[in-house]
Design a protein around this ligand. Structure first.
Ligand SMILES: C[S@@+](CC[C@H](N)C(=O)[O-])C[C@H]1O[C@@H](n2cnc3c(N)ncnc32)[C@H](O)[C@@H]1O
Length: 223
């Protein structure tokens, strides 16, 4: 069997984040646990497809995506957005951005080279809190879910204050999409509680998989 080859390493507070390659397969791991694999991105693609639905016909669309990962959600968003759209990508780890400009670039057809994309290094939560009625859509895939955080500070994204901030960062009727490895009823309740009209989707990680990832797609109130 082809061995895994280490391509890159990033020091994060939780340990070493390691990018590896085996043939044409790439993985990002933290303390041995696989956070991402290039062979499974169907739900990451769907997050963008569902969260950006209907934006192709509009002009001046603004979308916020956090985080970058392997770039699949960003590519899927670019595929359904108009030519004059502006996509802000919030990513915490500089090495992840470097890897997307280097060894990972071809996986999602180099989304960072698209002139519609602006990468902002840092916490996507800060970008959300700093925006008022700006974004047509906000897509969040920064953790394993609303109860399983990559970084402890990410908890604040999923509570009532975090969801309220997301609602204020969206234009009226804007869309908030959230990715998770598993269901979380309390989170559905919190999204609804701050005013989002929520639809939940169960998406296999890749065709033929028996597992299901969860997407929440919430529409902010019209006013
Ligand atoms: C599972 S990956 C995203 C996968 C991505 N949807 C894709 O299609 O490849 C999660 C990413 O979020 C980043 N991240 C985690 N917390 C973040 C935060 N608070 N702000 C910005 N990026 C964050 C991680 O460094 C990682 O790159």
């Amino acid at each position: 069997m082809t061995p895994w080859l280490e391509l890159g390493r990033a020091k994060v507070p939780e340990g070493d984040l390691i990018l590896s390659q085996r043939g044409n397969e790439f993985a990002i791991r933290l303390r041995g646990a696989e956070l991402m694999n290039s062979r499974a991105h169907q739900s990451e693609d769907k997050l963008a497809f569902l969260g950006c639905a209907g934006l192709l016909e509009r002009s001046g669309v603004q979308v916020l995506i956090g985080g970058l990962g392997m770039g699949f959600t960003v590519r899927a968003a670019l595929n359904v957005l108009p030519a004059d759209a502006h996509v802000v990508v919030g990513e915490l780890i500089p090495e992840v951005v470097e890897w997307n400009r280097g060894p990972l670039a071809s996986l999602a057809k180099a989304p960072l080279e698209d002139p519609r994309v602006e990468v902002v290094l840092g916490d996507v939560g800060k970008l959300i809190r700093g925006a008022r009625r700006r974004y047509d859509a906000i897509l969040l895939d920064v953790d394993n879910g609303p109860d399983a955080f990559t970084a402890p500070a990410n908890a604040s994204l999923y509570g009532v204050p975090g969801l309220t901030a997301a609602r204020h960062a969206l234009i009226p009727g804007g869309m908030l999409g959230v990715w998770s490895v598993e269901d979380d009823r309390a989170f559905t309740g919190r999204m609804t509680g701050v005013g989002f009209a929520v639809k939940q989707h169960k998406i296999p990680p890749h065709p033929g998989s028996g597992a299901r990832h969860i997407l929440w797609i919430g529409k902010a109130p019209a006013l």
